[in-house]
Ligand binder design. Structure first.
Ligand code: G3H
Length: 539
């Protein structure tokens, strides 16, 4: 084993004070109907990707455990949400927008107080660096604030009446019902809350199941959820997906399915719903975003963006660059520079300053990555960077594979890890064909200077993917921009404003413009007889 791997995992005594964690967190509570219920049954162990050096060799840190609820408890949580929604007549959906915003603001304040605890758990549970964990936490708080502001604007715009062809109407957005929100392990806070809060603030009630990994980090927020919202508005369950969430879908009582994960998982769950036309789905799924480096690209920029794009958070981003097409005339230079930049990334523990490569949380992930490397080597690729593909326990040092071709698994499979396949090409049509024939259609990055060539590619890809990045890595942010995808990559569009639309439906009150109707509507508004038909708005 190379020296740096031998020294990678620390002794417990070497962990800095701010990153220390309780001996075990055995969480038995889950949130249903406004109460934290204690689960007496089986628990699922929570393992950290971090190993610790002990007298007996290196041992994987056991963080604790979470409840392995069954379909019974999951259904109880859903019934609590159904009751709180009460066919749209519950306290929460009937509240004014201003009142709901007030509840979310109370939550936000309580959430901010838990920053250090949640950030620490992000590091321990999924191996995200401290800087990125802090960024995830802050970005999530900003997202909630932006959602509040976007809703205020939406509410102001819907306060007025429209008149068209002799008909007057007031058009407002109303909730859809009970939402099931599930997020991914790579952004267990941000990606789940970016659907959870739009759903809540619009007046839906929610069942929320935390991600597969990054699950204990929701525990510090359970009291905040309980104390900030009326009973049943937000319910948090734990357990195996198929058993818990499957039962909810089969019940037919879920109205909105917000899921960030694999397209297979989404398909399996969606098809359990007995009335698919009643289920609105918003899905963020798999991706295999390519970078295309054109012959005239500024290589310094292309390399730095491609390293960021392919290896930040060890390549575990749905938006990561997962295959690099580099023109044959520049590929040698690109590879050299790329490997030199990869070598600068510091391996280590999430809390170490300047660290860029950390252990991976998914069990069996290093074996999977090794199998992809072996398969690529079998079909003619080499690992071209020093130490590429060496691994120790949960840690896998990035492997840059070259030359990659269409016989290799890594050419099509979403590696979701620190593997960088580089495909040399002669004609840009090869890269276009890759995107057109891919099952995925999230984003693409193009690196080059020639405006005509770039314009041609923009036009070729505008019907294939959701976002075309020029001389820039693929990414979701800024969160006000639309985030979506085609084919197996997504269903629906998210952004601060789009999410408000996704979790609501426009409903209108309309009447012919007659003196009688004007009087009736005027009276309802003046006397504040309806909470829907109202010209009140929030400043
Ligand atoms: O994993 C998918 C995330 O939405 C990616 O977000 O591009 O900001 O890292 P990001």
């Amino acid at each position: 084993m190379t020296d740096f791997l031998n020294d990678l995992f620390p002794e417990e005594s070497a962990i800095p004070a701010h990153a220390q964690i309780p001996a075990r967190i055995d969480q038995r509570e889950y949130l249903v109907g406004g109460a934290l219920v204690t689960w007496p049954g089986d628990q699922a162990p929570v393992l950290s990707p971090v190993f610790l050096k002990t007298k007996n060799g290196s041992e994987q840190k056991v963080l604790g455990s979470t409840p392995l609820l069954t379909s019974k408890e999951a259904l109880e949580a859903m019934e609590a949400a159904v009751k709180a929604y009460d066919l749209g007549h519950g306290v929460w959906p009937m509240m004014t927008v201003a009142e709901r915003i007030g509840h979310v603001e109370i939550f936000l304040e309580k959430m901010r107080a838990k920053r250090a605890e949640v950030v620490n758990l992000l590091m321990w549970e999924i191996g995200k660096t401290q800087k990125d964990s802090e960024r995830e936490f802050d970005r999530t708080c900003d997202y909630i604030v932006d959602t509040i502001n976007a809703l205020k604007e939406l509410d102001r715009n819907s306060a007025r009446f429209v008149q068209e062809q002799g008909i007057m109407a007031q058009i407002r957005r109303v909730p859809l019902g009970v939402a099931l929100c599930m997020g991914p392990y790579n952004y267990p806070l941000n990606e789940t809350f970016s659907t959870l809060f739009p759903a809540l603030i619009l007046g839906n009630t929610v069942v929320f199941k935390p991600a597969k990994y990054g699950v204990l980090l929701i525990r510090p927020l359970l009291e905040a959820f309980r104390d900030s919202f009326p009973p049943g508005v937000i319910n948090v369950i734990y357990g195996r997906g198929r058993e818990t969430v499957g039962a909810l879908m089969e019940s037919g009582k879920i109205d909105v399915f917000a899921f960030i994960g694999t397209n297979k998982g989404a398909n399996d769950l969606k098809r359990l719903h007995p009335k698919p036309h009643r289920l609105k789905a918003i899905l963020g799924l798999d991706a295999k975003n390519p970078a295309i480096v054109l012959p005239d690209a500024d290589l310094a920029n292309a390399v730095s963006e491609c390293v960021l794009g392919s290896l930040s958070f060890n390549g575990q981003r749905c938006t990561a660059l997962k295959i690099l097409y580099v023109h044959a005339s520049r590929v040698e230079e690109f590879n050299k520079r790329f490997c030199a930049e990869v070598a600068k990334l510091k391996p280590g523990m999430p809390w170490e300053p300047g660290v860029g490569l950390t252990p991976l949380p998914e069990p069996g992930k290093t074996d999977y990555l090794k199998a992809l490397v072996a398969d690529a080597e079998k079909h003619g690729a080499r690992v071209i960077n020093e130490n590429g593909g060496v691994s120790h326990q949960t840690f896998f040092y990035p492997a840059v594979l070259f030359p990659v071709n269409n016989k290799m698994r890594v050419y099509v499979e979403e590696q979701f890890g620190p593997l960088v396949p580089i495909v040399p090409y002669e004609n840009v049509s090869e890269a276009i064909d890759y995107v057109v024939n891919s099952n995925f259609g999230q984003q693409v990055s193009i690196f080059g200077k020639d405006s005509r060539q770039l314009a041609k590619l923009i036009d070729a890809f505008s019907s294939q993917v959701g976002r075309i990045n020029i001389n820039t890595q693929c990414q979701r942010g800024p969160d006000t921009f639309p985030f979506n995808g085609r084919k197996d990559s997504a269903e629906g569009t998210l952004s601060v404003a789009d999410a408000l639309r996704v979790f609501s439906i426009r409903t209108l009150v309309a009447a012919k413009i007659t003196e009688g109707n004007k009087q009736i509507i005027g009276t309802i508004i003046r006397n504040r007889e309806s909470s829907f038909l109202s010209t009140d708005y929030i400043f």
